[in-house]
Design a protein around this ligand. Structure first.
Ligand SMILES: [Zn+2]
Length: 257
């Protein structure tokens, strides 16, 4: 027995040494990450979230481009019978998806369809026959059945109101048809003039309408807001033609200092 033991004894240290080397080698390759090291988590550059629902239950979505810096809000189709506004918003969404430098130091919030029931039915108002763009708590608001019996009586306008209060955008662009001009409310005159250099529309100060988004955001909240009124003829254009006509003005709105 003693002989056998002596004969085999040297084998065990050798195996142990080899196993040790292997464990160092293998272990060195698969060392777990330092659990205490700070981890940098980068949010997605583009994300979509639901900010509310229409009267008929359609989702009101906000696409967020970028995750740091001042907020810019762009919305379309708050009037459902202005379909070219949605087409321009959709063209912008596609452009932004492949031009990330535009939101490397800012956040762009895009709501392509603010009044989904109206756009589906082709009506200006929502299904309660309320003009959502008269339903905001502006100083000049009027309580009527057409404008809503009280401010923010409609879920669609409430969703926009909440988003603006939560995100506090530094400027807003609301896209409409068919008056063919660049209107503005609040401290946005220079912004409107800049945009007019990049498209065929003139700057025209329409004036604060009762309970409009422009009246509330621009005049009451002092957020610069542009109302881009596309033309009636734009409804017949393709998305590419619409982008060709208005894209540079919209991009200037985004990149203006
Ligand atoms: Zn409109």
């Amino acid at each position: 027995m003693r002989f056998v033991f002596l004969k085999h004894k040297p084998i065990f240290p050798a195996i142990t040494a080899i196993a040790g080397l292997l464990s160092v080698f293998v272990g060195g390759c698969s060392m777990p990450a330092d659990r205490y090291a700070p981890q940098i988590i980068t949010p997605p550059a583009v994300s979509v979230r639901q900010i509310g629902s229409s009267v008929q239950g359609r989702s009101i979505d906000c696409i967020q481009f970028g995750y740091a810096g001042p907020r810019i809000l762009i919305l379309a189709a708050i009037h459902g019978n202005e379909p070219a506004s949605y087409v321009l918003a959709e063209a912008l969404r596609q452009y932004l998806s492949s031009h990330r430098t535009l939101y490397s130091n800012r956040v762009i919030l895009l709501i392509p369809i603010a009044n989904p029931d109206g756009l589906s039915a082709g009506t200006r108002d929502n299904v309660n026959r309320v003009d959502l763009n008269r339903n905001f708590p502006a100083d000049n608001r009027q309580d009527t059945s057409r404008f809503g019996l009280m401010a923010l009586s409609e879920p669609e306008s409430m969703a926009l109101y909440d988003l603006i209060e939560n995100e506090n955008p530094e400027r807003i662009l609301s896209i409409h048809q068919p008056y063919g001009c660049i209107d503005y409310d609040g401290p946005a005159r220079i912004l409107a003039s800049r945009m007019a250099l990049w498209c065929d529309l003139p700057v025209r100060k329409v004036g604060a309408l009762p309970g409009s988004l422009g009246s509330w955001a621009g005049e009451t909240r002092k957020i610069p807001i542009i109302t881009l009124e596309m033309t009636a003829e734009d409804t017949a254009l393709t998305q590419e033609q619409i982008w060709d006509r208005y894209g540079r003005a919209v991009l200037d709105f985004i990149s203006a200092p």
